[in-house]
Design a protein around this ligand. Structure first.
Ligand code: URA
Length: 229
């Protein structure tokens, strides 16, 4: 990784602040001055700021009870992002794991561990994502059957994997899908002649949204929750 990236992550400072510390000659590796911010180093190299050894923070794993009206991104020039809801010294290392639409609520994971996120998002892993879906019209048996069989969505190479569908009430479903196609649930319901009014993610694999978390609140995952994936 680049030296300025390492220093910024290890110290929880911006990349430009890290670059200026490096240019001032504050960093050494084996007593040698490091002056080039774009130099590549190994994450375990014993890099020191004056006499202090710098180490990368442990990867972070968080769940957020996402409210409607914020975008699942880490930066946006015009809109509030999910990262604006998180207060953590290393929050700038986080990325979103499996985005939700701006109007979708519920379980959103954020992490700084790319391999972990990749495992969750990969369609090959067939990790179920469960949504409570409120519909504009009652869902008939034929529509339920189509969702359970899998649906060929416009512009996609493959049909959706057979979904698990539980009818909660006439106009409400609990739907588990196994991919993360763009607007997947909304498009699946549109394909069977219905329309999603509200969408709330309750679960990803074996990990459910903590019902102690108020809307907009977040917490760090326990080790067992992290090891779910
Ligand atoms: N499917 C959608 O259509 N939207 C989401 O936010 C998540 C799944």
């Amino acid at each position: 990784m680049r030296l300025d990236q390492f220093v910024s992550q290890a110290m929880g400072i911006s990349r430009s602040h890290a670059q200026s510390l490096i240019r001032q000659g504050a960093l050494t590796l084996h007593e040698q001055l490091l002056k080039n911010p774009s130099q590549h180093i190994k994450p375990h190299d014993p890099i020191k700021l004056e006499q202090t050894l710098l180490t990368l923070p442990q990867p972070l794993y968080l769940m957020l009870n996402k409210p409607a009206g914020v975008v699942s991104a880490t930066t946006d020039p015009h809109q509030r992002t999910v990262l604006d809801l998180i207060q953590h010294p290393h929050k700038h290392t986080l990325h979103v794991v499996g985005r939700l639409d701006k109007d979708t609520t519920g379980l959103l994971l954020l992490s700084s561990d790319g391999d972990w996120s990749h495992r969750i998002a990969s369609p090959r892993k067939q990790i179920g994502k469960t949504y409570l879906v409120t519909l504009a019209a009652a869902c008939n048996d034929e529509a339920l059957e189509q969702l359970r069989q899998g649906i060929q969505l416009h512009g996609e190479k493959h049909p959706t994997s057979p979904a698990q569908v539980i009818l909660v009430s006439e106009q409400q479903l609990r739907l588990t899908i196994y991919e993360g196609m763009y607007h997947q649930v909304k498009r699946m319901l549109a394909a069977v002649g219905n329309q999603v009014i509200t969408l709330h993610r309750e679960q990803i694999g074996g990990l459910g949204l903590d019902n102690e978390l108020a809307v907009g609140e977040w917490r760090v995952l326990s080790d067992e929750e992290r090891d779910e994936f």
